[in-house]
Design a protein around this ligand. Structure first.
Ligand code: NAD
Ligand code: UGA
Length: 430
């Protein structure tokens, strides 16, 4: 099948690469630098197995819209950022307009971007403004960054929201290696994507609230979670306490559904609380640090910048918030991350221009051994659970103060070695 994918971001690239193993794919992006880098054999994002999958497939990268009219199916995988709390669908509508203007025959257009319920109808209006009658399908994506290729090739489900039975059949031919299809109408598919992300975000805020209570009561959150996990109705996965969820999706999607509910006159107080808990959670790291340290003029080493391991994505990363707070408090900051430092550098430059806060003393480490770069620091903050950090030996960490926001170190060992060790939810209480 001939397939075009509009958008070469995390979702568009992974979709293009994986579908190109069975189909002829053209991946289109408006960003000339991304297209040039991809054509030169590089990859604009860090995502395990992505470039090797691209290299195995039948795929081309272009800015040109010419492939749209030659395609059987067109995927829309552009961004839907949060704008004033709302899901901003302007990129999706612009992509639909590109399809409308560039096609002379009827196409099946698939919205993979996360869009609020009702968007499919709006896209269909744009597509069908002329005489050609296109079809528009909702096929939300559930991949996670860091394991995106694996998730795409082995999903729990492929949701197909459509108006006509031919669209279900066509999409099943696109995903010919899957057998986990769930058919439904378009608005249910749109809603299901938000329901999943909001449920996952709710689990995280819930465990963080319980974890905060563990800290004041002296209870051990690991033991509490173990008990919760013995009840299959509750489960134990996706209940890791810490500095809260970040990334390009949970924060914006929870906020967008709250705002959409407000607009529909159907408030979502539970989700508002999920957001509030999350917005405050990272400050726990600074409170713990300030117990041991006067931040002004202190030297703080931070391990981890990305919002989770195995990605260079720093969008809404709690680690970045902590770094900014440290800089704002007058601390000298040195950071270690496996791949996300270039993104942090760019983000801090524009933040510094806006706030006037100096970033001149920030030091960036990537290849240096993480323990080595802590030398000369007063404290270490562990903000992202990269595998490299979980392997670190406490005896090789120089700073006396350690705030382990992701529970990656052996806390008991750290305390035994006389460190001022803090983490979330008392997991080291016996
Ligand atoms: P992204 O910002 O990384 O990529 C979007 C890409 O679209 C950019 O490269 C941009 O240049 C391009 N683009 C924008 N308008 C265009 C146009 N008219 N024509 C061609 N290219 C255009 O975004 P992403 O992280 O890939 O997310 C895309 C969508 O998928 C969002 O709705 C997001 O919520 C959803 N989603 C993301 C993930 C994830 O893990 N990142 C997972 C599931 C769903
Ligand atoms: C998430 C969902 O897991 C995907 O199913 C979804 O497709 C995607 O959002 C999306 O819509 O974009 P992702 O953001 O890549 O995927 O990463 P997750 O692994 O879900 O982690 C999100 C955040 O929650 C991270 O900051 C992580 O550190 C945090 N988290 C996760 C916790 O704090 N505790 C946990 O138990 C799990």
């Amino acid at each position: 099948m001939k397939i075009s994918v509009i958008g070469a971001g995390y979702v568009g690239l992974v979709t293009s690469a994986c579908l190109s193993l069975d189909h002829e794919v053209t991946c289109i992006d408006v960003d000339p630098r991304k297209v040039a880098e991809l054509n030169a054999g590089g990859c604009p994002i860090y995502e395990p197995r992505l470039r090797e999958t691209i290299d195995k497939g039948n795929i081309e990268f272009t800015q040109d819209l010419g492939s749209l009219d030659r395609s059987d199916v067109i995927f829309i995988c552009v961004g839907t950022p949060c704008y004033k709390g709302q899901c901003d669908i302007r990129q999706v509508l612009a992509a639909a307009d590109d399809i409308y203007r560039s096609t002379k025959s009827s196409k099946t257009v698939v919205i993979k971007s996360t869009v609020v319920p009702g968007t499919n109808d709006k896209v269909l209006d744009v597509l069908n403004a002329g005489v050609i009658c296109h079809k528009c399908v909702s096929n939300p994506e559930f991949l996670r960054e860091g394991s995106a290729v694996e998730d795409f090739l082995h999903p729990d489900r492929v949701v197909i929201g459509a108006r006509e039975s031919e669209s279900y059949d066509l999409l099943e031919q696109v995903y010919l290696w899957h057998d986990c299809f769930i058919h439904m109408d378009v608005v249910s598919a749109e809603m299901a994507k938000y329901a999943c992300n909001c449920a996952l975000a709710t689990k995280i805020s819930f465990i963080n609230e319980i974890s905060n209570l563990c800290e004041v009561t002296g209870a051990n959150v690991n033991k509490v979670r173990k008990v919760m996990g013995t009840d299959p109705r509750i489960g134990s996965s996706f209940y890791e306490q810490g500095i809260g969820y970040g990334g390009s999706c949970f924060p914006k999607d929870v906020e967008a559904l709250i705002e959409h509910g407000r607009w529909l006159g159907c408030p979502t107080p539970l989700l508002e609380s999920v957001c509030d808990v999350n917005d405050n959670q990272y400050t726990g790291c600074l409170t713990k640090l300030e117990k041991y340290l006067w931040l002004k003029d202190s030297r703080v080493a931070v391990w981890g910048v990305s919002f989770k391991p195995e990605t260079d994505d720093i969008r809404h990363s709690p680690a970045v918030e902590i770094i900014k707070e440290l800089l704002g408090s007058g601390a000298n900051v040195r950071v270690h991350d496996v791949v996300a430092n270039p993104n942090l550098y760019a983000e801090l430059r524009s933040w510094s221009k806006k706030t006037g806060i100096s970033i001149a003393t920030v030091e960036y480490y990537e290849e240096t051994d993480p323990c080595e770069m802590t030398k000369g620091s007063d404290a270490l903050v562990i903000a992202t659970a990269w595998r490299q950090y979980t392997k670190a030996k406490v005896s090789e960490i120089e700073p006396q103060v350690i705030v382990d926001c992701r529970g990656v170190l052996n806390g008991r060992e750290a305390i035994k070695q006389g460190k001022c060790y803090a983490c979330f939810g008392n997991p080291n209480n016996s």
